[in-house]
Design a protein around this ligand. Sequence first.
Ligand code: CP
Ligand code: NVA
Length: 307
Amino acid sequence: MTRHFLSLTDMDAGALREILGEAHRRKKARAGMPKGAADSDAPLAGHVLAMLFEKSSTRTRFSFEVGMTQLGGSSIFTSAGDMQLGRGETIEDTAQVLSRFVDGIMLRANDHNALVALAQNANVPVINGLTDYNHPCQIMADLMTLEEQGRDLKGLRLAWVGDGNNVAVSFINGAVKFGYQLVISTPTGYGPAGQMVERARAEGAHIELIADPRKACQSADVVIADTWVSMGDTDIDQRMSDLADWQVNDALMECAANDALFLHCLPAHRGEEVSASVIDGPNSVVFDEAENRLHAQKAILLWCLEK
Ligand code: CP
Ligand code: NVA
């Protein structure tokens, strides 16, 4: 069966654990090498990845493209609007056509259903590069970063502060697989959609919903923020005002454990969801987190391609 990477919910916890292990190993093994040089085993030599973007990207694009180079393969980038997809060719036909040309497809989609349709009609692995629903590659990089900082994920207390968006959803899904505790603090109306939290809890996840961000951050080992306005959100002024009390700043970090780490998937907006003092401060690991997109995704690509 073709291995897709669409959501952590589809994944076996053991496979996710192996992916993180491979990411750590490969990162260590290539320390000091030029960034465009291939890993010594070049496991994806001769393989090509299509990268389709319906939304902007810096990290996802560069990390997948450099990742394929480091694995010995190559990639083709296109914004979906430049393809016939943008003129009405169906996602189903696009999936079949691309499957004849490439060994894997990465899609950043406005609508998660488009990603699922692509995977259902492709004969090659499809990887989620972010949708309106989730961002699983991001969470793998985030968890790798925490482990790199010497943190054991099991029982670790993570506090998500702000909008219960696509990245928050992947943290919820990850809580089932990795056994960390997740506290989610959002204003009313910004919580994770539907029965997601209940479903995760039924599968054994420890998830608390605590509206007050100060209480939510109490004893947290990790505090996490993301933009208040995600790509595709149009109610900008409303969000700015509704989320204003959910800024991660020094006062909020004071509530967390003394050595609490700060994560943000980036891009960040200093003075909005996070103060400059926190994101540029000593407990912030956001640039390791950004770098680890590369290492985590290389391991995801290898898992998908069964290498
Ligand atoms: N974090 C993240 O996915 O960044 P980009 O939007 O730059 O890819
Ligand atoms: N929640 C953000 C993440 C960007 C990487 C968005 O969807 O725009």
